[in-house]
Design a protein around this ligand. Structure first.
Ligand code: FMN
Length: 255
């Protein structure tokens, strides 16, 4: 089959290959530990591999890894368990989970919340980072704001692909308004239902947004866009708030 993300032919992974994928995550976590990192984050969002398994729109399997949510969530839970077994207790293990794929037929908030509850019950994660959207089908649902349509198309080497992306821009890169803490309304449902540490992201660009997240019970915040630095908060705020929850090993992060 053709992978729309990789734009090339790819194989449907069988059970042996899936076991290898799970092991590869554990191996990568061990490598991160050897290299001196303090935390690893598993990507369960944006319709990348594990998020694609979670999505009823993208996962058409009829085996133990497809069909109902319990089967679609199996890979996420196995990967978290394997990584916990590899580095848990020494490195913080977090996962970035979609609260919704933001596309019709994709992972819904209800199913994402059920998945989050299973992950919490498994005890394999130190914290869950709440995200949304699909790099494949609806990227601006994650970013919000004015879509960089021309810049995005210009980044592709093939003239035909560039022209196609320019034409498809309004559909592929849809516009959603940017607001401070734009994922908070959805994340509140997860905060109310879960007791594990949660990480809020999306439009955290000012100190007030961090304070709001803390006041609403989120243990950590993430901010990414370098064009939106947090005034007066460089370093100190990031490190204090993002310190690994259950990893006292790291002497380099100020407490
Ligand atoms: C330049 C850039 C690169 C990013 N790369 C990744 C990535 O590799 N993986 C990922 O999960 N999110 C990535 N993101 C998304 C951010 O992690 C974050 O989820 C998103 O930007 C929303 O947070 P913000 O409002 O603080 O920017 C990237 C964002 C930016 C701006």
């Amino acid at each position: 089959m053709i992978s729309p993300l990789a734009l090339r032919a790819t194989l449907r992974p069988d059970a042996t290959r899936i076991s290898a994928i799970v092991r590869a995550h554990a191996d990568a976590a061990r490598l991160a530990e050897d290299a001196g990192f303090d935390a690893v984050e598993l990507h369960f969002g944006h319709n990348y591999l594990i998020s694609a398994f979670l999505s009823p729109l993208l996962n058409h399997r009829r085996d133990a890894y497809g069909g109902d949510l319990a089967c679609r969530a199996r890979l996420a839970r196995e990967v978290a368990e394997a990584v916990r077994g590899a580095v848990g207790g020494r490195l913080a293990v977090t996962a970035k989970l979609n609260m919704t794929d933001g596309v019709p037929g994709g992972l819904s908030p209800d199913d994402a919340l059920r998945t989050a509850r299973w992950l919490e019950a498994d005890g394999t994660l130190d914290a869950l980072e709440l995200t949304a959207g699909s790099s494949l089908l609806n990227p601006m649902f994650l970013f919000r704001g004015t879509p960089p349509r021309r810049e995005f198309a210009a980044a592709f080497p093939s003239p035909a692909l560039r022209a196609g992306l320019r034409a498809a821009g309004p559909v592929f890169l849809r516009e959603y308004p940017y607001r401070p803490t734009y994922l908070l309304a959805l994340a509140r449902r997860f905060r109310a239902a879960l007791s594990m540490p949660l990480i809020l992201l999306g439009g955290i660009a000012e100190r007030a947004a961090v304070d709001r997240a803390m006041a609403e019970g989120f243990e950590f915040t993430i901010y990414t866009r370098t064009r939106c630095p947090v005034p007066g908060a460089r370093g100190e705020l990031t490190l204090r708030r993002c310190r690994a929850p259950r990893s006292p090993r790291n002497p380099r992060v100020p407490r």
